[in-house]
Design a protein around this ligand. Sequence first.
Ligand code: ADP
Ligand code: ZN
Length: 433
Amino acid sequence: MQYYDRAETLSRQELNALQTVRLKSAMQRAARSPFYAAKFKQAGVTPRDIASPADIARLPLTVKAELRDNYPYGLLAVPREAMVRMHVSSGTTGTPTAIMHTQNDLNWWASLMARCMFMAGVRPHDVFQNLSGYGLFTGGLGIHYGAERLGCLTIPAGTGNSQRQIKIIRDFGTTALHIIPSYALHLGQVIASAGIDAKELTPRIALIGAEPHSEETRRRIEEMWALKAYNSYGLSEMNGPGVAFECLEQNGMHLWEDAYLAEILDPDTLEPVPDGVSGELVLTTLCREGMPVIRYRTRDITHFVAGECPCGRVHRRIGRITGRTDDMLIIKGVNIYPMQIEEVLMGMPEVGGNYQIVLESEGSIDQIKVKVEVKQEYFVEDMRALTGLQKKITAKLRDELLLTPRVELVEHKSLPQSDGKAKRVLDLREKSE
Ligand code: ADP
Ligand code: ZN
């Protein structure tokens, strides 16, 4: 087995010792910010209270609203002048938060990213095309510097402009891509409609992430492009991409425990959940100097994968993110996660690459409608066939959701396609004051 970094070969004992030391120093650094100085004081904790990674439970949690309230500089642990880069979260849920980095932070981030890519089989000889938005979104520069650090010929292709993306792939013989899963499906369709077989193109690896997607979606991307797709997880508050990544086993994402301390808590009781049980991922930066973040409630729902990974890395694995705690829709008293809908749809061969969930009110009752793109070859004039398909999708969704949504079949490529993260839910409900 080839590793990029010695940290990948640490034993559990070594990781525990390293995390303990780094957690203490992370606290020391964090306490230089007015925000954590006050928080630690109030909780009555000091680095002396830390004797093992589990002692992190004594520290106070940090929530997104606190990052916003202390916007823009309240969490800095070093003078503003020492900062060299700023990113913001993409603001999927409300006001963005600003995260700043020193040069050392950026170096760490690039190394973690290079480690992730190497683990997924990317090598210095690869031609790496990054189809992420550059700018404030961390998937641009974050991935970019990692690919350069690894030594790839790195193409900052950016988002959108599908024709140009295809031209770049063909002209330069791109072998590895970083692409948001919803856009990978879309681009695959554009390639097919240009009469090209995506399987004939050169990419052999795709790094996909930044938005929730199902195993069915990954398999579709792999099949469509004849490549291997690896799940990439991160969030701006923890730098961005490079927090957790799949190895060649494609069975859970190794979360780099030399750089982050991860907990998964029951979101209601805030107690740790056992392996295999879903809860909210809570993360602490162990190495960040400019803006340490302690016990950050990511709101992302996942579980620890039990057991050892055959790849030999002991860094714990997290399962696919199934949604955010604030993603949950409550319709007619039933809890629904958009990912449940995606799993059903992407498992059906007739369904195209895009769908949209529309919430509407009818009187005082909330209704859920699912608009589903049908693949060109199935979108036939024959009404009977379409009605049959609509019924089939409705029945499958009903079995999964335990409520009957309205299903509307729409033509191939007719739903809005975002350049960045897909916006799956359109909420048209009348808000009662
Ligand atoms: P925002 O929180 O505004 O979307 P970010 O750009 O920082 O800002 O995005 C981070 C979030 O994106 C994560 O908290 C998570 O919800 C989602 N995300 C990132 N990578 C993945 C992934 N591989 N699978 C599922 N969700 C992901
Ligand atoms: Zn592994």
